[in-house]
Design a protein around this ligand. Structure first.
Ligand code: KG4
Ligand code: ZN
Length: 334
């Protein structure tokens, strides 16, 4: 069994031999009216949700408690209060069943979502080493995945994450939180070349998105001064142009990473990998450059316990269990 509670989704999954038997996600609506996640409210909601979510995960998997051989939980990175709920629950549950606990790094779990097998054999699992662009609300990294346990970060954002760029710019346009999925939808009927925004010039394989956010803010401020309905009248074009800018920044660095390492197995992971434009751009770039590309199934892109279950499964195979004096880590490198 796996528990994920790093941010604002309470999730539990049952994984057997690399196959997902159930994966329950309870999204917290309490944050919508605040335009972002309120940490204290997130931990309280996790406390309310965790028992029913685990209960449902076990029922839907059709297994008995006796069949559960270990409990994996997200140790970090994430919000401390949220992580504490999942960690404490995992410890109590494991003690009651006298089974081991397994700590999981949330970033590794996003990457290892690529190894979730499918009953019909249709899942294409990456071969090692592969490059993974991890793009979420809190992280933007290019990672070399050597194996299930060892990963190396080649570049990361020096300020905002790609998901934050979507969410913050969305907020400026009056879109609900998290804005990423809304921008994705609206962008589909807009012109990606309608507007141009500042592109960062960051050396190496690092990223920066705070300049784009500022450029977007000033652009909107100036246009709204001239026409107070500018945003409503240009919403789809704004979304398409913004999304296109973020995607081209991401793809440019991914191409650079592939050229530097010579690795042609390339994947994406994390919440922003749900973006239809990014998925299409990776496919196009992959065809052009002869890459083997790996795009996670939509349900395994944003936070979910199934990916923690897969990460836990591979640790289980090696007997990599945690001791009960373990604490969560708000900051936790891959
Ligand atoms: O991985 P995730 O669920 O949580 C973190 O670990 O941060 O990622 C959440 C992020 C949010 O910023 C959200 O706006 C973004 O993923 N996201 C998207 C899409 N779906 C989720 N961004 C762009 N397009 C999407 N379709
Ligand atoms: Zn995440």
């Amino acid at each position: 069994m796996a528990i994920e509670s790093s941010c604002d989704d309470t999730s539990a999954a049952i994984v057997r031999d690399g196959y997902v038997l159930s994966n329950l996600i309870s999204t917290q609506d309490v944050h919508i009216s605040y335009g972002g996640v309120v940490p204290e409210l997130a931990s309280r909601a996790h406390q309310v949700n965790i028992i029913p979510v685990v209960d449902q995960a076990i029922k839907r998997a059709g297994i008995s408690l006796k069949e559960i051989s270990a409990v994996a939980f997200t140790r970090g990175p994430g919000l401390m209060g949220s992580l504490l709920v999942g960690t404490s629950f995992a410890k109590g549950f494991a003690l009651a069943l006298r089974i081991p606990i397994i700590e999981v790094n949330h970033l590794q779990a996003h990457v290892l979502a690529h190894f979730i097998k499918k009953e019909d054999g249709s899942a294409i699992l990456p071969s090692f080493p592969f490059l993974c662009l991890l793009v979420s609300g809190g992280h933007t990294q290019i990672i070399v995945v050597h194996n299930y346990y060892e990963m190396e970060v080649l570049g990361r954002t020096i300020d905002d994450a790609a998901g934050e760029a979507f969410d913050k710019c969305g907020k400026l346009m009056g879109l609900p939180y998290p804005s990423g999925p809304f921008i994705d939808k609206l962008a589909a009927s807009g012109n990606k070349d309608a507007f141009k925004f500042a592109r960062p010039s960051v050396p190496g394989l690092d990223f920066s998105f705070s300049g784009l956010k500022t450029s977007f803010l000033y652009f909107l401020r100036d246009r709204v001064k001239e026409n107070s309905s500018f945003i409503e009248e240009n919403l789809t074009n704004l979304c398409a142009s913004l999304q296109n800018t973020i995607i081209s920044i991401l793809i440019e660095k991914l191409v650079k990473a592939s050229e530097l390492t010579g690795i042609k197995d390339v994947g994406i992971a994390g919440g922003v990998s749900a973006n239809s434009g990014l998925r299409a751009a990776l496919k196009k770039e992959g065809e052009k450059r002869g890459w083997n590309i790996y795009i996670p199934e939509f349900i395994y892109t944003t936070d979910n316990a199934a990916m923690a279950g897969i990460a836990g499964y591979y640790k289980y195979l090696k007997g990599l269990f945690a001791s009960h004096d373990i604490s969560p880590l708000a900051r936790f490198d891959i």
